[in-house]
Write a protein that binds this ligand. Structure first.
Ligand SMILES: NC(=O)c1ccc[n+]([C@@H]2O[C@H](COP(=O)([O-])OP(=O)(O)OC[C@H]3O[C@@H](n4cnc5c(N)ncnc54)[C@H](OP(=O)(O)O)[C@@H]3O)[C@@H](O)[C@H]2O)c1
Length: 325
């Protein structure tokens, strides 16, 4: 099968489209023919020196080639003997390592569910990592409640576009921060108020918020605190304003807010999203009922993955970047 393989570290131009063996299906697993995937900042990680070194050590100094990609939507090709919840022909979506490929395999109990019929494969592939991150940021870490005032900084990218819609679906009053060209989209997702960061500075706002979901990660803790209520929660979901090449800058930002937040009444939550079955079912329901809709900025084919990485690396994707396979 065709797959995007990473054999070393470096810029995305080290990635290769290769012919490799199809993955093996375990007794409790599914083999999915992937029709579409989508790219996330986490897909840059295997290109880092840290990830390369880990592959080197785990492969006995002969680094294991790594197939990139996590999000997928496709059709079940075959199932293991012990699988009763899926059958060949089912249209599914979810997350598994190695999704920039014609086939992906994963245990049926992991983060895979039936694709809602009202979504194309491309739309479904745009959901898993970004959707789960937005859901967990708001529901689990932000513990958002109906009527609460929520500010979403970085409201127009993959995570942000889902965060605005999910916050509305959970009954929050939402203020979205994004650039001029994304103001109308944020409004169309239901944001009650939109702050265009190129014209207005949200930390000078008179409003006080119960929850801030920070996806852009471009402001310090002391700046953000000013606009938070005493019992507010600040969820640091990302640092997209540092771009995926930010590396140490992103880490410095997260350590900085962690240390600065120790004193003071507001709570800080840092987290790494868990792409599991329960979260995928919650997203499936939000999609089926039309409460959230994926936003697709651009589509690339598998042999154009380098262009997809380059575009995402610029840090201004409007919704999701999809890879068709
Ligand atoms: N915690 C986790 O488990 C987890 C999971 C997934 C992602 N993340 C992190 O979350 C972040 C976002 O991921 P993503 O997939 O949404 O990335 P993305 O799609 O590339 O998002 C980029 C967005 O950031 C916005 N942005 C850039 N500079 C900004 C600024 N100064 N103020 C406000 N918005 C700004 C851009 O909007 P404009 O074009 O309008 O500037 C663009 O829409 C990344 O740092 C990623 O690593 C974390």
């Amino acid at each position: 099968m065709k797959a995007i393989v990473c054999r070393t570290h470096g810029r995305p131009d080290v990635l290769r489209l290769e012919e490799i063996d199809k993955p093996i299906v375990s007794d409790d697993g599914l083999l999915v023919r992937v029709h579409a995937s989508s790219i996330n900042p986490v897909d840059f990680f295997p290109l880092s020196r840290v990830a390369y070194t880990a592959r080197l050590l785990s492969g006995g100094l002969k680094p294991k080639p790594k197939v990139l990609g996590i999000d997928f939507a496709g059709t079940v090709e075959s199932v293991g003997e012990g699988v009763t919840d899926f059958r060949p022909g089912d249209e599914v979506f979810g997350g598994a390592n190695g999704a920039f490929a014609e086939y992906v395999s994963l245990p049926s109990k992991k983060g895979v569910v039936l694709k809602p019929a009202n979504l194309t494969f491309e739309q479904a592939a745009a959901v898993p990592v970004a959707g789960v991150t937005a859901l967990q940021a708001l529901r689990d870490h932000g513990r958002v409640e109906k009527g609460q005032k929520v500010l979403i900084n970085g409201a127009s990218g993959g995570v942000g576009s889902f965060a605005v819609q999910i916050a509305k679906a959970l009954g929050a009053e939402v203020t979205a921060v994004c650039s001029t060209r994304n103001v109308d989209t944020a409004r169309s997702h239901g944001a009650d108020r939109v702050i265009d960061y190129s014209r207005e500075d949200f930390i000078r706002d008179d409003e006080r918020y119960d929850l801030m979901i920070d996806i852009a990660g471009n402001r310090s803790w002391s700046e953000c605190r000013r606009i938070l209520n005493r019992n507010a929660i600040f969820v640091a979901a990302g640092a997209s304003a540092n771009t995926v090449w930010g590396g140490n800058r992103t880490l410095r930002h997260l350590i900085g807010i962690r240390l600065a937040s120790i004193r003071g009444p507001q709570k800080l939550a840092l987290f790494i999203a868990k792409l599991n079955k329960e979260n995928m079912i919650a997203l499936q329901e939000l999609l089926q009922t039309g409460k959230i809709r994926p936003v697709i900025d651009r589509q690339y084919e598998l042999n154009q993955v380098l262009d997809a990485f380059t575009y995402m690396g610029e840090g201004h994707a409007k919704g999701k970047i999809v890879i068709t396979i």
